[in-house]
Design a protein around this ligand. Structure first.
Ligand code: 5GP
Length: 114
């Protein structure tokens, strides 16, 4: 299987504005931001989407969520709030088949989402 864009970013084969990384996750700015702050946090492990995650992925997924909150705080989003989004499959608009959490903030968001 060919590498996804996010695997290439993780491997430093494609440039990205990385805001956080550790041994399990990498967070980088979205190339097409939908809010004043728009960061993607991804596991280094190439899990395609949440529907394909397995019980043994629980530690990395828990870590990813906790780090998403840390990154959001580091980027100044904690006082006003932010949204975390996982798009799973075609109806959700998933474009990159490597699990990722969108961290969106810096503006008021509507509900329900479009
Ligand atoms: P999805 O629609 O799959 O939930 O989100 C994929 C996200 O990846 C989109 O917000 C899109 O802008 C972002 N994206 C696609 N290609 C690249 C890229 O090469 N670099 C970065 N930083 N983001 C990308």
């Amino acid at each position: 299987m060919s590498k996804t864009i996010f695997e290439k970013i993780i491997a430093r084969e494609l440039p990205a504005n990385i805001v956080y990384e550790d041994d399990l996750v990498v967070a980088f700015r979205d190339i097409n931001p939908q809010a004043p702050t728009h960061v993607l946090i991804v596991p280094r492990k190439p899990i395609p989407r949440i529907a394909e995650a397995r019980p043994e992925d629980a530690p990395v997924l828990g870590h990813l969520l906790l780090k998403a909150a840390e990154v959001a705080e580091k980027l100044g989003l904690k006082p006003t709030g932010y949204r975390l989004v996982f798009n799973n499959g075609p109806d959700a608009g998933e474009a990159v088949p490597h699990l990722h959490c969108h961290i969106l903030g810096g503006r008021r968001m509507g509900w329900p989402p479009g």
